[in-house]
Design a protein around this ligand. Sequence first.
Ligand SMILES: Cc1ncc(COP(=O)(O)O)c(C=O)c1O
Ligand SMILES: N[C@@H](CCCC[NH3+])C(=O)O
Length: 418
Amino acid sequence: MTSHFDYHDRTLCADHTPLTAIAEQFGTPCFVYSADALSESFASYANAFAGQDHLVCFALKANSNLSIIRHFARLGAGFDIVSGGELQRVLAAGGDAGRVVFSGVGKSEAEMRLALEAGVLCFNVESVNELERLNQVAGAMGRRAPVSLRVNPDVDAKTHPYISTGLKDNKFGIAYAEARAVYRRAAALANLDVVGIDCHIGSQLTDLTPLLDALDRLLLLVDQLAEDGITLHHLDIGGGVGIRYRDETPPDLNRYAQAVREKLAGRKLKVLMEPGRSLVGNAGVLLTRVEYLKLGETKHFAIVDAAMNDLMRPSLYDAWHDIVPVSQTDGPAQLVDVVGPVCESSDFLGKDRQLAVEEGALLAVLSAGAYGSTMSSNYNTRARAAEVLVENGQPRLIRERDSFAQMVANELNLLEPR
Ligand SMILES: Cc1ncc(COP(=O)(O)O)c(C=O)c1O
Ligand SMILES: N[C@@H](CCCC[NH3+])C(=O)O
């Protein structure tokens, strides 16, 4: 529970707006976000890094709803994108392309053209082949491409193996041992401007040590590059700061910023960062209603109207999300698996939870603001959930639930005549 999602008169509220009223108005399942929580998490970065030349680039993959992008753009954020689609979202929401860094291992030529056209701040390049392709695409357009190399510092981020990205055997980044040579190659290419260096070692990190170790390794490289006559203007420390899902202790941002400040003292390097989860994760919940209570032979199930297609994290990473009743009752708690209607045994939101539940009751799956809606799908031809933003005490629909007509429309006119 956070101060933004808390009980008032035994009803869970989003900034004092009862989730019962939101469910009534918008239906379930639906994601509910708190605008104040978004502002607060952004402010905690801004305050921690105040006094240092920096840019917080919100990693869109965590939550790319246009209203959330716009909210962060108004607060002065930049954006970290990984596809042409994400760039379109930033532009549609009124974000500034000049504050966008473009990450990702597989940028297509079309995506490069789109980003050069828009004028992004930087391409975070992840391989020599990408470098050559970008040089060629920029040349053909008569443009120069600003580049940073994503260096793989080979540090163990000590997180779930699926979300660790900074080890030698991960597909991400340019091997540390090769980075200096690749920079020389980049500097020699006619249509590129070498402007920065970046890394991102993994997600949901609760320990600052690997982040700071990675920074040390990058700074060593920055010095070697200076000897080669390559001067960088920014250093992008990536994202990865973890949040509390259950009982984790997230890293202290002030300590992180202080350590970064000390390590960069005396250098003319702007700091960029790419937080996703830590900006939005605890600013959202997934609201769902219990359809059935099913007493199995060995287990009891609360079958709810949200499923793995709405929130994949439990199925995919065995991730824990707290699940709480929206209305507190005095009924007896029982041990249940909270599962969805999807036809997969891995379709669960939580296992072995002590909950006082009854059919028709509302539940809130907490910490669902990051990698919830963005990873959702239409599996089982289920409509992707609506999204609602609570701002100034008012809930506002920011994404409509898919309609079934929408879902079949793309294929309907391609049907062979009967
Ligand atoms: C390159 C890059 N930047 C930023 C992020 C955002 O990470 P997080 O949500 O953990 O802050 C990711 C995802 O892990 C990423 O791959
Ligand atoms: N999608 C993951 C994190 C991966 C971040 C992307 N590099 C999650 O839900 O935790």
